[in-house]
Design a protein around this ligand. Structure first.
Ligand code: HPA
Length: 234
């Protein structure tokens, strides 16, 4: 057990999928894993471990934002020795050619700040995905015919953004989408020599102001889980 995860050491698999929403973790585990059992309920941040195609997999909620994800990813890496961490989440589209429901594979994640700021200080470290995972996810998405974009995303600290000028610069520099967790996941993976990737579904759009209808969320979320699982064990 750690401060925030109630699981015993052997209860967490080397491969961990991390949705922001703990109920998504429950749904994904029940839908895609065999013999899934709940391994964490501390603070309602549900985690489940089961198998996929015979491989042990944990699906653990991260909560929203980098401070929350950082707590869970730190404990998964340092205390449970997680080796592969894949964020599965939603993002806001930031380019015209990126449509609602499309998948984004985050090659890099720009930020204003992360919980790792204290280490980097004036350095602008470039958080990036594991290339092997990225390439495998790209192939899995192509095999499933899911419209997919590979490129930079923006990990923001705020959902209700009072700095439209920053978003404008992100759009101008080709950033595909905005979410709130990936950059810190990539920082931690780099620091501890683990593999990380963020697989994201475009759930809303900053330019068109469209949003994914609630009834469509499950199907598109399912594609994302399958892409992440196939990438992890490619
Ligand atoms: N902003 C930040 N995070 C998000 C968004 C957004 O528009 N959509 C999904 N996650």
């Amino acid at each position: 057990m750690t401060v925030h995860i109630g699981a015993e050491k052997g209860d967490i698999a080397p491969t961990v999928l991390m949705p922001g929403d703990p109920y998504r973790a429950k749904w994904a585990a029940e839908t895609f894993l065999n013999d899934a059992r709940c391994i964490n309920e501390v603070r309602g941040m549900l985690g489940f471990t089961g198998t996929w195609n015979g491989h042990p997999v944990t699906i653990q909620g991260s909560g929203m934002g980098m401070p929350s994800l950082s707590i869970y990813a730190n404990e998964l890496i340092k205390d449970y020795n997680a080796q592969t961490l894949i964020r599965i989440g939603s993002c806001g589209g930031m380019q015209e050619h990126v449509k609602i429901r499309d998948v984004i594979l985050a090659m890099t994640a720009s930020t204003l700040s992360t919980p790792s700021r204290g280490i980097f200080k004036e350095l602008n470290f470039a958080p990036c995905a594991d290339y092997g995972l990225l390439a495998a996810a790209h192939k899995a998405a192509a095999d499933k015919n899911v419209p997919t974009h590979v490129g930079g995303i923006y990990s923001s600290d705020v959902f209700y953004d009072e700095r439209p000028d920053l978003n404008e610069q992100m759009v101008r520099h080709g950033i595909l989408g905005v979410e709130m967790e990936a950059a810190e996941l990539y920082n931690l993976a780099a620091r501890h020599k683990r593999r990380a990737l963020a697989v994201l579904t475009v759930s809303d759009h900053l330019l068109t102001h469209e949003a994914l209808p609630a009834e469509d969320r499950e199907k598109t979320f399912g594609d994302m889980v399958e892409i992440a699982l196939q990438a992890a064990f490619a």
